[in-house]
Design a protein around this ligand. Structure first.
Ligand SMILES: NC(=O)c1ccc[n+]([C@@H]2O[C@H](COP(=O)([O-])OP(=O)(O)OC[C@H]3O[C@@H](n4cnc5c(N)ncnc54)[C@H](OP(=O)(O)O)[C@@H]3O)[C@@H](O)[C@H]2O)c1
Length: 308
């Protein structure tokens, strides 16, 4: 397949580009930066320079591109301010998805894979039940997280309802691996600047190489109109994950604090007080995929080895 990949230079885009090429696909990466576009060419991809939020600019940049599929892996998580990161990522899920669907039509693609995140099941305590793709996703909520959840829902709805395009959504767990976000968390843990609420619940991670492998499988085998949870095999409490990370880097155990201490950072508070266990059974069954790194127990030592 010829794949137009938005976010090819990002945390998942980098291993995804490599794995797509290794699987015999051709990649045309989109980046806003000529330097990143050059890096993509070095990695064996073609590249176009465009801002996905600027529809005219995007459509002009892909004028001479033909592709069978488009993959959306965009975020603004790199913005230094959390509020900008959230707002920017929302826009990439709403306007960005609409613009990429227009680009998909322009390049002749009939397949579209969009990113999503398991937090769309709702920022709350889901108890011990394991969530599947049949659980409500993107249900309207009020407050600051309302726009984040609405943007996740918008990305999926646009993808599933696009005429003549087979759309698939991937609800990833939190990424970790050889990326800047993991390095930032390791730094915070080392400096004991990432306290954990004593009541912090369960969450789900996915090792980046596994997330990329699942994305290749979804591109090849995902059914139109379907969402797949892309998470590893073992939900883990935040405290246990961060303790294991600290131990792997020879750092002291993160502080335990009452959850109100994190309230001044509302998004962090919401993430750490949300508790969810998420199933990957559908992705295993339908995509023929399974995580090579089944849990943080195997993944964190890999991160530590690569970072030292
Ligand atoms: N990180 C997580 O834990 C996590 C978990 C679940 C789901 N997800 C989702 O998975 C997707 C990929 O995440 P990631 O962590 O790989 O992201 P990332 O490392 O922050 O990479 C973001 C990518 O988006 C590109 N980009 C941003 N704005 C753009 C724009 N206006 N036009 C064109 N390109 C733009 C950047 O390219 P240039 O800078 O080269 O332009 C970069 O390649 C995201 O949608 C994210 O929400 C992430």
């Amino acid at each position: 397949m010829r794949v137009l990949l938005a976010g090819a230079s990002g945390a998942i885009g980098t291993p995804l580009t490599r794995q797509l090429i290794a699987a015999g696909h051709q990649v045309v990466g989109i980046s806003r930066s000529p330097a990143n576009a050059e890096r993509l060419r070095h990695a064996g991809a073609e590249a176009v320079v465009a801002d996905v939020l600027d529809r005219e600019n995007l459509l002009a940049a892909v004028r001479d591109v033909r592709a069978d599929a488009v993959v959306h892996e965009l975020t603004a998580l790199g913005s230094p301010k959390l509020r900008d990161a959230m707002r920017g990522t929302n826009e990439l899920r709403t306007t960005g998805t609409a613009n990429l669907l227009a680009a998909a039509r322009a390049v002749g693609a009939h397949r579209f894979v969009t990113q999503s995140i398991m937090l769309g099941y709702g920022y709350r305590d889901h108890g011990p039940r394991v969530l599947t793709e049949d659980d409500p996703f993107g249900e309207p909520v009020g407050g600051m997280l309302g726009s984040a959840v609405a943007a996740m829902r918008s990305a999926e709805e646009q993808t599933f309802s696009a005429d003549g395009i087979a759309g698939v959504a991937l609800r990833y767990g939190f990424f970790y691996g050889q990326d800047s976000m993991t390095r930032m968390i390791v730094n915070l843990v080392r400096k004991r600047r990432l306290p954990v609420p004593s009541s912090a619940g369960h969450t789900t991670f996915i090792y980046l190489e596994d997330a990329a492998a699942a994305t290749v499988a979804a591109l090849e085998k995902g059914r139109a109109g379907q969402a797949y949870n892309i998470v590893d095999d073992e939900p883990v409490r935040w405290g246990e994950y961060l303790d294991t990370l600290a131990a792997a880097f020879g750092a002291r155990r993160p502080w335990r604090v009452p959850s109100w201490v994190l309230r001044p950072i509302p998004y962090l508070h919401a993430m750490m007080t949300t508790s969810m266990r998420v199933s990957n059974a559908k992705a295993k069954r339908e995509l023929g995929w399974a995580p090579a790194v089944p849990s943080y127990r195997e993944g964190i030592p890999l991160v530590a080895r690569a970072t030292r």
